[in-house]
Design a protein around this ligand. Structure first.
Ligand SMILES: Cc1ncc(COP(=O)(O)O)c(C=O)c1O
Length: 400
């Protein structure tokens, strides 16, 4: 893995200095169990030729249900199919309230279910859905609320669910970033009507690809069980149009063994974020997501906000300059969903999504992964500091 060069660089790479890292520091690096640890089980799987619907799936589902403290955990092919089947199973129709400051998959799954997304704002501090904005957006057409544990920061579930109860609405959590997060001391997973996790390689718990639905509702669990098998019941009859959303035994095995790495990974991320904050403390204009007391963010992503006036550069300018120093980064969520081609027609009136638009302008996600070395954090922060110190010249270089 790329380590920062030991000699202190004098100039950011965008101004001709040597890049702070000789090789690209990726935005994410999946933490996986060793192949040797998995090999005997793969051997067993290949011997028995049970590649799907087998014992690893069952073991994985049981382990996840126990981990999150929820009655059911159903493993599926992706976070997207988890959302599609959950919205369908809960009977969401008509208008569904959803944040725009999210990955488009949260919203895509609504369209697959013929629902109309009603975009509401997020809070500027937690960057998760604003329960007051949700309540203000409810109409007789509303059937549900979808909330996202954004970057792994738990939604204020109690406040949101109080709103949902007052209006008799379903609540689905997009928990794609949720493994490792604690809501009021407990793993996210048991709150609301369903939680939909993703297990793709950018997450803390990885199966290769995959998703999980957790729910305490027996009927929703049954819907997902049937829905991931085309909507077919054993007598070869289609109960409703489902998907092939099964999780293979290979994926279930990787997920099962990765579960044992989760706590270590999330704890390491807390240390890394604390180090980032210490190293960046002297710089003006850098802000952070607020984690509510009693909660723990999984830090699936570590996103900072950049106040251009104070820092001297906008988030996109800092993003470009960091790439010259071989520090990969992303601007999540830019553009937010309501500005994307498929969803512009659902965009609410200007100013409704004030915080979403602001966050899209100022957010920058820096590299973070569960086994990252301190030196990499220190190097990234040094790169940011150098860029800040030469902000005027960097602005000019970018304008050329
Ligand atoms: C917030 C959010 N929702 C849903 C998804 C979709 O998950 P998947 O890629 O497993 O379909 C993602 C993917 O990263 C995501 O970030």
């Amino acid at each position: 893995m790329s380590q920062p060069t030991s000699a202190p660089a004098t100039l950011p790479a965008i101004l001709g200095g040597a890049p702070l890292f000789p090789e690209l520091v990726p935005i994410v690096r999946p933490a996986l169990p060793s192949f040797a640890e998995l090999a005997p089980d793969f051997e067993d799987m290949f011997q028995t030729r049970m590649l799907t619907r087998g014992k690893y799936l069952r073991a994985f589902e049981e382990a996840v249900a126990k981990h999150v403290g929820c009655k059911h955990a159903l493993a599926v092919s992706s976070g997207s199919s988890a959302l599609m089947l959950s919205y369908q199973g809960l009977g969401l129709k008509g208008d569904v309230i959803v944040p725009s400051f999210t990955f488009m998959a949260t919203v895509n799954a609504l369209i697959w279910n013929n629902c109309r997304p009603v975009f509401v704002d997020v809070l500027p501090d937690t960057q998760c859905i604003d329960p007051d904005a949700v309540e203000a957006a409810i109409t007789p057409e509303t059937t549900g609320i979808v909330a996202v544990h954004n970057f792994g920061n738990p939604v204020d579930c109690d406040r949101l669910e109080a709103v949902a109860r007052r209006h008799n609405l379903k609540v689905v959590y997009d928990a794609a970033h949720g493994f490792g997060a604690l809501y009021q001391g407990k793993p996210v997973g048991g709150q609301g009507d369903a939680q939909c996790f993703s297990l793709s390689p950018t997450k803390l718990l990885i199966a290769g690809e995959g998703g999980i639905v957790t729910t305490n509702h027996d009927d929703l669990a049954e819907h997902v069980r049937v829905g991931r098998e085309y909507g077919m019941v054993p007598v070869y009859d289609t109960r409703f149009p489902g998907l092939n959303a099964r999780m293979s035994e290979m994926h279930a095995l990787v997920g099962l063994r990765s579960l044992g790495l989760l706590e270590e990974g999330v704890q390491r991320r807390q240390e890394l974020v604390a180090l980032f904050k210490r190293e960046l403390a002297a710089l003006p204009g850098i802000g952070y997501q607020t984690i509510l007391p009693g909660d723990r963010c999984s830090y699936k992503d570590f996103s900072i906000t950049v106040n251009a006036e104070e820092f001297g550069l906008t988030a996109p300018q800092l993003a470009k300059a960091l790439k010259h120093d071989n520090v990969d980064n992303r601007q999540y969520w830019v553009p937010p969903v309501h500005q994307q081609s498929a969803y512009k027609r659902f965009a609410p009136s200007a100013e409704t999504l004030h915080n979403t638009d602001w966050l899209a302008d100022v957010s920058l996600s820096l590299p973070i992964w569960s086994r990252m070395d301190d030196e990499i954090v220190v190097g990234i922060c040094r790169a940011i500091q150098q860029i800040h110190e030469h902000a005027a010249a960097v602005r000019r270089a970018l304008a050329e």
